[in-house]
Design a protein around this ligand. Structure first.
Ligand SMILES: Cc1ncc(COP(=O)(O)O)c(C=O)c1O
Length: 400
């Protein structure tokens, strides 16, 4: 999308291969980043309230992160899982400290979809069954099983259809859930800690507690997709920890590597592994582990979980003062700001007039906010100030 609202042409020369054009892009060319800011080719500075789909957890190019990555780069970039890699154990030790999942095991992969793909496979291996319960509004990725449990027909190709037994339920409807598990044919239930792409709806604490109990009774594996809602984004390490439940499998990615591609699964101890059961060439590579270690190191050193809760309270207080804001959804720094009109124009104004990058979701009236967890009060305050300014302009021009 360019500054006039047209789809921007990719800036390519005639004698060069094109990028496969699948992304609607804003008309900005980002060249560098630091903390919560991005800079474009013209050296204009942007406030990043989107973190590149919620990936940037500790802030862009944090000096501790880049130093640890550079050191590992000089030492060793890659070896496969055919040998022991001590840095994997070091990462697992650190992740235990943060997540509290001492008796679980860790499987590392490269992306969110791959994490969910493996989680669903494990549920089927473990139970010998194949029906999965997912929820309306879900997004779990674009690969085969992950896509099958994603509630979006539009991104599903003919090859993806009809191969999986999936039952989509309304979130927080225990009656539907009880009905769906009656047949004793369900291997797993997959649910996001908070729905990201779907528009910030979440399973309630009581719903999570109830389904966790039913899953345990029936031998169904509960898979918590914490790919977006995890890694401190809500103020707890995982969003499901607000409910005090322990899922069977937790999937992670996004904030885990702060931009270095990295995903993972935490797997409860009753699920037994065997050689060849899961596998990956790149998953758990030393450079990814170094990125993962750096993220956790900075989270601790900079007290990022406390910062998330503090900034959440501050921002909500500010947003509540704006009459056009009809609802604030989500937790911590995974927030949806709801209006009673489409936010498309507002997002463009925020970007092109105020240099603030925000996110959207499948709800056209909802702005999605996923800033780096390191953002300060002074930095986030730029957002409500700009929002008020944009809203008054839109009202003047009768666009809302
Ligand atoms: C909740 C959730 N699960 C899974 C994914 C897929 O992750 P990836 O794009 O790394 O495959 C996403 C991506 O947005 C997500 O938000």
């Amino acid at each position: 999308m360019n500054r006039d609202g047209q789809d921007a042409c990719l800036k390519i020369k005639n004698d060069q291969m094109k990028l496969f054009d699948v992304y609607p892009r804003f008309d900005v060319e980002i060249e560098k980043a630091d903390g919560v800011y991005l800079w474009d080719k013209q050296n204009r500075k942007y406030l990043d309230l989107y973190g590149g789909h919620g990936v940037i957890s500790i802030g862009h190019t944090h000096p501790v992160y880049t130093a640890i990555l550079k050191k590992q780069l000089d030492k060793m970039v890659f070896y496969s899982n055919s040998v022991y890699l001590p840095i994997q154990e070091k990462f697992a030790e650190k992740l235990t400290e943060f997540s509290g999942y001492k008796d679980y095991s860790l499987f590392m992969c490269n992306s969110g979809a791959e994490a969910n793909e493996n989680a669903l496979k494990l549920a089927s291996f473990h139970t010998g069954k194949k029906k999965v319960i997912a929820f309306k509004g879900s997004f779990h990725g674009r690969t085969s099983a992950a896509l099958a449990v994603t509630d979006n027909q539009k991104i599903s190709a003919p090859i993806n259809r009809d191969g999986f037994l999936v039952c989509f339920l309304d979130l927080n409807r225990l009656d539907q859930f009880n009905q769906a598990v009656k047949g004793n044919d369900v291997c797993g239930v997959i649910v996001e800690g908070i729905q990201g792409v779907g528009g910030l709806d979440a399973p309630s604490i009581s719903f999570l507690k109830q389904i966790s109990k039913i899953c345990r009774q029936k031998g169904i594996l509960l898979i918590l997709d914490e790919i977006q809602s995890g890694y401190g984004r809500t103020g707890k390490f995982f969003a499901h920890q607000f409910a005090g439940i322990k899922p069977d499998i937790i999937t992670m990615a996004k904030g885990m590597g702060n931009g270095f591609p990295m995903g993972g699964l935490l797997i409860q101890p009753e699920i037994k592994s065997w050689h060849g059961m899961l596998g990956t060439t790149f998953g758990g590579n030393p450079l990814a582990c170094a990125a993962g270690l750096a993220v956790l190191e900075v989270m601790k050193q900079d007290n990022l979980l406390e910062n998330v809760s503090e900034i959440n309270r501050y921002l909500i207080d500010e947003l509540k003062e704006i009459p056009e804001v009809k609802q604030i959804k989500g937790k911590g720094l995974m927030l949806g700001v709801a209006f009673d009109f489409p936010i498309r124009e507002m997002r463009k104004e925020l970007l092109y007039q105020h240099q603030i990058l925000t996110g959207s979701s499948s709800n056209p009236n909802l702005l999605r906010i996923l800033p780096p967890l390191s953002i300060t009060r002074k930095q986030i305050l730029e957002f409500p100030i700009a929002l008020k300014n944009v809203l008054s302009g839109l009202t003047r021009n009768k666009q809302i």
